[in-house]
Design a protein around this ligand. Structure first.
Ligand code: AMP
Length: 196
C-alpha cells in the first residue's frame, strides 16, 4: 500500500505514521526527519536548507523531491510506504504524481489528521524541539500549513482518495481509527499484494 499523511505541525503525523507502518508492513518516510538528519550531519543539503527549516519555511521543492525519489521507489518494491510530511503543496503533489506515475509508485490513499488550532499550539509549544518550536516559529509554521498545505486536501478530495480522521483524540484512539479506516479503504480499492 502507498499512503501519505497530511496534518498540521503537531497533529501527530510522526507517531501515527510509525503505527500505520508497523501495522501494514510499510516503510515510514518522513521528509521532516530526513531533512533534519541532513542538518544534523551537516551535509551539503543540510547546509543549504538549515535556514528554511529553522525559520519554519518550506525547503525548495527540487531538494525534497530529489531526496525522496530513491527511498520511495525502493519502499514501493518492498511492500509500500507511508509518506509523512510530503507533499506539502499542490505543486509538490502534482509534480510528484507525474514522476511517480511513470515509475508506477504513485500514492493510493491520502490521510488527513485533523486537529484544531488551539490544541496544535498547546502540543507544539510543549514539544520544544529547538529553534523550530519557538512561539513565533510555531505560529509561522501553522500559517504556512494553512496557506500552502490545506489546499492539498481539496486536491485529494477531488481524486476521491482522502480519508479524514479526528486527530485530537488520544494517540491510541487515533491509531485505531486510522487502521480501521485504512483497512476499509484498502479493501474497497482492492489494494492487495498484487498492486501494493
Ligand atoms: P515536519 O517535521 O514535517 O514538520 O517538517 C519540518 C520542516 O522540514 C518543515 O518546517 C520544512 O522546513 C521542512 N519540510 C518537511 N517536509 C517538507 C516538504 N515536503 N517540502 C518542503 N519543506 C519540507
Amino acid at each position: 500500500m502507498r499512503l501519505l499523511l497530511i496534518g498540521a505541525p503537531g497533529a501527530g503525523k510522526g507517531t501515527q505514521a510509525v503505527r500505520i507502518a508497523e501495522h501494514f508492513g510499510l516503510k515510514h518516510l518522513s521528509s521532516g526527519d530526513l531533512l533534519r538528519a541532513h542538518v544534523r550531519n551537516e551535509t551539503a543539503i543540510g547546509r543549504s536548507i538549515k535556514s528554511f527549516v529553522d525559520a519554519g519555511d518550506l525547503v525548495p521543492d527540487a531538494i525534497v523531491m530529489d531526496m525522496l525519489r530513491k527511498p520511495v521507489v525502493q519502499a514501493s518494491a518492498e511492500g509500500g510506504y507511508i509518506l509523512d510530511g510530503f507533499p506539502r503543496t499542490v505543486d509538490q503533489a502534482h509534480s510528484a504524481y507525474l514522476v511517480a506515475r511513470e515509475l508506477q509508485v504513485q500514492v493510493q490513499i491520502a490521510v488527513h489528521l485533523k486537529v484544531g488550532q488551539d490544541e496544535l499550539i498547546r502540543r507544539l509549544t510543549a514539544r520544544g524541539r529547538g529553534a523550530e518550536d519557538g512561539p513565533e516559529i510555531v505560529k509561522h509554521r501553522l500559517e504556512v500549513y494553512a496557506s500552502k498545505t490545506v489546499p492539498l486536501l481539496g486536491y485529494y478530495l477531488e481524486r476521491e482518495r482522502l480519508v479524514s480522521i479526528d486527530g485530537s483524540q488520544s494517540p491510541d484512539k487515533v491509531g485505531d481509527d486510522l487502521i480501521e479506516a485504512l483497512t476499509e479503504a484498502r479493501d474497497r480499492l482492492h489494494l492487495d499484494a498484487a498492486n501494493a
